[in-house]
Design a protein around this ligand. Structure first.
Ligand code: NDP
Length: 335
């Protein structure tokens, strides 16, 4: 069997571009003892991957030049020499950005079949890393309490769309969000059930936040950093808290973002700002799956996917995460 894979051809300077990627087709060996051969069905493209393209130390090592990129993937076992992982098993792995691969069975995780009506790609979104990121932020990092007013930036994306809904399910009395394009703002309000949403393309964020949350907010789920973080610090009430999840407005190009001009407010208002990385919380995965799975099964959690078709579309799907395109919810590539 052959597999087409996407490699990192050059390290991007600032914004990544199509020529930073190259496709190559390689043979996939038959599995040896204890190994499985997997054909991927869906690949994940995520903003954090941009940071791994820089040759700088981080919480995950940089991608190697000239080698296939890695990332979340779900697929089916098509050949097996392992008694633990049979042919036909649905598995997740970090062997994304390629059509197929052969590895030791211990390097894949066998998944239960998804609930009725839910595609297996959900394991890359609402039931996977982004969904868990939202859940960790809302339950562990800056817990949402009954009656809280909550602001979620990046609210049309994989993490933000779930974070707002989880805040609501936990009793928040007001949930507002921000997004870019008009269709994203509409989706945040009408599909994901936020009380309101503003466009960060429509002037400074602070007047919008003052209008949507006139009595201030108790919790901020930050996906973007920059100007929206600065504005959120102004409207956070005393003793408010923020889960600092991402800073995508800085582009993840290795340069530090601009200083947050309102940081001095943290002291007088006794705010708690806490950054986090979801992979530090894997011990909570079953609690996450129980809560989010129940909300999904009960129809109390809506999720959207934007699906790119074919391995060759992966670089474009990834680049669009940073370009404010029309993608709503989790972006996946159907192999
Ligand atoms: P998505 O790509 O699904 O969503 C990101 C959103 O960011 C998009 O909806 C886009 O929406 C918005 N965005 C892009 N560029 C800008 C910009 N310049 N200014 C403001 N908004 C922008 O990503 P995820 O939902 O998967 O990730 C959201 C954030 O969470 C990212 O920062 C990511 O790095 C971070 N993250 C952190 C994790 C952790 O463990 N801490 C784990 C997973 C993700 P729009 O076009 O509407 O602006």
């Amino acid at each position: 069997m052959d597999s087409t894979e996407i490699r990192l051809a050059s390290r991007p300077e600032r914004r990544a571009k199509p020529t930073d990627f190259a496709a190559a087709t390689v043979p996939v060996p038959a599995p040896g003892p204890g190994q499985v051969q997997v054909r991927n069905s869906f690949l994940s493209v995520d903003p954090y991957m941009r940071g791994r393209m820089n040759d700088v130390p981080s919480y995950v090592p940089p991608f190697a030049l000239g080698e296939a990129l890695t990332g979340g993937a779900v697929g089916r076992v098509v050949a097996s020499e392992s008694s633990d992982v049979p042919v036909g098993a649905l598995v997740s792995s970090m062997f994304g950005w390629r059509e197929a691969f052969t590895v030791d069975a211990a390097a894949v995780q066998v998944l239960p079949e998804p609930p009725q009506g839910v595609a297996e790609s959900a394991y890359l979104g609402v039931l996977g890393m982004p969904g868990m990121t939202a859940w960790v932020g809302v339950t562990q990092i800056a817990p949402v309490h009954e009656g809280d007013a909550v602001f979620v930036s990046g609210a049309s994306g994989a993490v933000g769309s779930v974070a707002g809904q989880l805040a609501r399910a936990r009793g928040a009395s007001l949930v507002v969000g921000s997004a870019g394009a008009p269709e994203k703002v509409t989706a945040v309000r009408d599909e994901f059930g936020f009380d309101d949403c503003f466009s960060h393309l429509d002037g400074e964020p602070l007047p919008h936040l003052r209008r949507l949350a006139p009595n201030g907010i108790d919790m901020y789920f930050d996906n973007v950093g920059g100007a929206q973080l600065a504005a959120a610090l102004v409207v956070l009430r005393p003793f408010g808290r923020a889960a600092l999840c991402g800073a995508i407005s800085t582009g993840y190009d290795g340069t530090p973002g601009a200083p947050v001009a309102t940081m001095g407010l943290v002291v007088g208002k006794r705010l708690t700002l806490r950054g986090f990385i979801v992979s530090d919380h894997t011990d909570l995965q079953s609690a996450f799956l129980a809560e989010v799975g129940a909300l999904l099964a009960g129809g109390r959690l809506v999720f959207r996917e934007t699906v790119a078709k074919g391995i060759a579309s992966a670089p474009e799907a990834f680049l669009a995460l940073f370009e404010g395109g029309g993608q709503i919810g989790k972006v996946v590539v159907a192999v």
